[in-house]
Design a protein around this ligand. Structure first.
Ligand code: SF4
Length: 404
């Protein structure tokens, strides 16, 4: 089918299949993809509202046994640069998040063999006890798989325990490309296969959680594999309806083992608009300004995105790979309004909370992103001695700490 005929089908609100999506993605002019995606965005969000959330991206540990080749963030077990945040440090970060109007943490980390399931349960309970209305958008599917293997409990049971402790929703991280050929090349097949990633989301949705879905493109995959990723998400969304949003970002090559080139802004816009066309059962698409910068983030609003993601107070993972864009609420709102949209704050379920908080009360401005820990801080949280370590180095360190 010609690009023109496929475009007419999309414009008429019809669902397209993999062959048609491939033809559009590879052959349609960028402005046509943008127009089709923008029309879909306008049909779904005719009120011209663009949402964003104020939250904090906290990485509770950088110690990881998965060793994905695209990751510049992790440190191996026993590394002097490895860290685990203490409960008190996390509470302090929540206090700062609440101060700027935030209501949730995006909590993700490495696959640390020395943090058992009980550590997560105790942390979640402690957060909920101290901050009852605060939300935990936490633990991407590969982390849940890791906890399932570590605790020798099935995924639904791990989720049940985490939900009982306070888990509110699951972020869509760790999806990369949901094709096992690609996952093997990126050394992330062992942390979770494509089916395992989807299955965690299926179980989370069945347990009543809403989750997001992501895609990291631009490493070693083909265009067809990007599309396969989108169609696998669309299929699961047909089945469960549990995804709130889709977020695509480009692979950031700096300081990674894999190296390579970063995809261009045009490739990002083509990928975003194709996702809006294919994912006809997703209500929300985020603009990825953290990897693309504020200007491309703003242009994304004309290519299918209806959400500016997070006013991110802290970010560690993308920064480790070379991207360091930062926008506080004032800047995000300016970008939305300059593009002709109405900015509204939202929660993790994409429910509108209100107008920009800085227009309601004085909020400290933030011109740089915080990091998990100050440089050179190698302290070990006191409560860690209460938890069983799995690694030899971890067991030795804990028994020394107990004897001290
Ligand atoms: S991407 Fe996540 S799972 Fe992979 S090495 Fe980095 S921290 Fe570990």
């Amino acid at each position: 089918m010609s690009v023109k005929a496929i475009a007419a089908r999309v414009a008429a609100g019809e669902r397209i299949g993999p062959e048609e999506a491939r033809e559009l993605y590879l052959a349609a002019p960028t402005h046509l993809l943008g127009r089709l995606a923008d029309d879909i965005r306008a049909r779904r969000h005719p009120e011209r509202i663009v949402t964003y959330i104020i939250d904090r991206n906290v990485n509770y540990t950088n110690v990881c046994v998965a060793r994905c080749s695209f990751c510049a963030f992790y440190r191996p077990v026993g590394s002097a640069e490895g860290y685990v945040l203490g409960f008190d440090e996390i509470f302090r970060k929540i206090d700062e998040t609440i101060e700027v109007g935030g209501g949730q943490l995006l909590l993700q980390g490495g696959h640390n063999p020395d943090l058992p399931l009980e550590w997560y349960e105790d942390l979640f309970r402690a957060v909920k006890q101290r901050y009852p209305g605060f939300r935990l958008h936490a633990l991407s599917p590969p982390e849940v798989v890791h906890l399932s293997r570590l605790s020798r409990l099935p995924v639904p049971e791990v989720l049940r325990r985490l939900i009982a402790a306070g888990l509110d929703s699951v972020p869509g991280g760790g999806a990369e490309i949901l094709v096992d050929r690609v996952r093997k090349l990126l050394n992330c097949y062992n942390k979770a296969t494509a089916d395992e990633w989807l299955d965690v989301m299926r179980h989370a949705h069945r347990a009543g959680l809403r989750t997001t879905a992501t895609m990291m493109y631009g490493s070693v995959e083909t265009p067809e594999e990007r599309l396969e990723h989108l169609f696998r998400l669309r299929d699961l969304q047909d089945e469960t309806g549990g995804f709130t949003a889709f977020i695509a970002w480009s692979y950031q090559p700096e300081h990674t083992e894999l190296q390579g080139e970063e995809a261009t802004g045009v490739e990002y816009l083509r990928t975003l608009s194709t996702a809006r066309i294919v994912l006809d059962n997703f209500r929300n698409l985020q603009a990825s300004w953290v990897t693309q910068g504020g200007r491309v983030g703003q242009v994304s609003l004309a290519f299918g995105a209806n959400d500016m993601g997070s006013v991110m107070i802290e970010e560690n993972v993308v920064r480790a790979a070379g991207a360091s864009y930062c926008m506080d609420e004032v800047e995000i709102v300016a970008n939305i309004e300059d593009a002709g949209f109405v900015p509204k704050r939202r929660n993790m379920h994409y429910e509108i909370l209100g107008d920009p908080i800085f227009r309601e009360r004085q909020v400290p401005r933030r011109f740089g992103l915080e990091v998990a820990r100050a440089e050179g801080d190698t302290s070990t949280p006191a409560e860690l001695v209460n938890y069983a370590a799995r690694s030899t180095a971890g067991r030795r360190a804990r028994s020394e700490a107990r004897g001290a």
